[in-house]
Design a protein around this ligand. Structure first.
Ligand code: SF4
Ligand code: SF4
Length: 269
């Protein structure tokens, strides 16, 4: 009788588009949990971790970063074609990221401000989330993505289930953990009431206002929060700047900023 052959392990790939690598580092920093994961799966492409790079198909693909260049449009289409389950990780991949701040500027202004020789740099007019270009099966927000949420999602996917993420606001997490509300007790312009949880209310835990890196919760009451920020003394421009930040290109935050400061200085339609 021939010996039993072990079934192939699920093939996992990690790709990067326009990003700072911080979300991939969350995975690398998981250390023991990552080693345990590596025994259950075959990590066949993960440039941040090593040279191995094998073509698809992949069972689970993680993608960090926004789509910012013409090459990345092609790349994400190829990645989608090779992936059974595609997961975007972090604010860049799910909402365009901090680099989407250029989306409100005069076209080319950021390029000419940042690079000494911009003619060598090819970028799209806008930085956009992966879901604007291909179908995405699961989005894990945050800047960076939450390590526990990422590992939990991977574990669930490998067990054959699609994880369901909480859509509650950060405020709920603050109450659950007993953190004093920074909006009420300190009068700080906290985006927690309209931002989806997943970070464990990290910033309020240190007495700081949330700046919305996990992006908007479903159906957020941004108008009421903007009104409250106004009562705290913020100008319309300052309120808009709170929304136009790391997850600012997410439609709900984009609309909230637009309602406060329509087509502000330098803003493109
Ligand atoms: S979401 Fe934040 S940490 Fe992750 S790649 Fe983008 S900028 Fe870096
Ligand atoms: S509290 Fe807000 S800004 Fe801070 S990590 Fe959580 S979602 Fe991001």
């Amino acid at each position: 009788m021939s010996p039993a052959v072990a079934p192939p392990r699920p093939r996992v790939a990690v790709f990067k588009l326009a990003s700072c690598d911080g979300c991939q580092l969350q995975l690398l920093d998981a250390e023991e949990a990552l080693l345990a994961l590596a025994e259950r799966v075959d990590i066949v492409h993960f440039r941040e971790a090593g040279d191995r790079s094998e073509p698809g198909p992949y069972d689970v693909t993680l993608v960090e970063g926004s789509v910012s260049t013409p090459e990345q449009v092609e790349e994400i289409r190829e990645i989608r074609g090779m992936s059974r389950f595609l997961v975007t990780i972090g604010a860049c991949a799910t909402a365009g990221g901090i680099q989407a701040l250029r989306n409100w500027q005069e076209e080319g202004l950021a390029l000419h401000t940042v690079y000494p020789t911009p003619r060598y740099v090819s970028t799209l007019a806008r930085s956009t989330p992966v879901s604007d270009h291909v179908r995405v099966d699961l989005e894990l927000p945050g800047c960076p993505v939450d390590r526990g949420q990422l590992l939990g999602a991977l574990t669930a996917l490998l067990a054959g289930t699609v994880p369901r993420l909480s859509t509650a606001p950060v405020c709920v997490e603050c109450k659950r953990r007993g953190y004093p509300c920074v909006l009420v007790t300190k009068g700080e312009p906290c985006l927690g009431p309209v931002t989806r949880t997943g970070c464990g209310a990290l910033c309020p835990a240190y007495g700081r206002a949330c700046y919305g890196c996990f992006g908007p919760m479903p159906d957020p009451n941004t108008a009421e929060l903007a009104r409250r920020f106004g009562e705290l003394g913020l100008t319309g421009k300052q309120v808009a700047a709170r929304f136009r930040f790391i997850a600012g290109w997410a439609p709900e935050f984009r609309e909230a900023a637009e309602a406060t400061e329509p087509q502000g200085a330098g803003v493109r339609p």
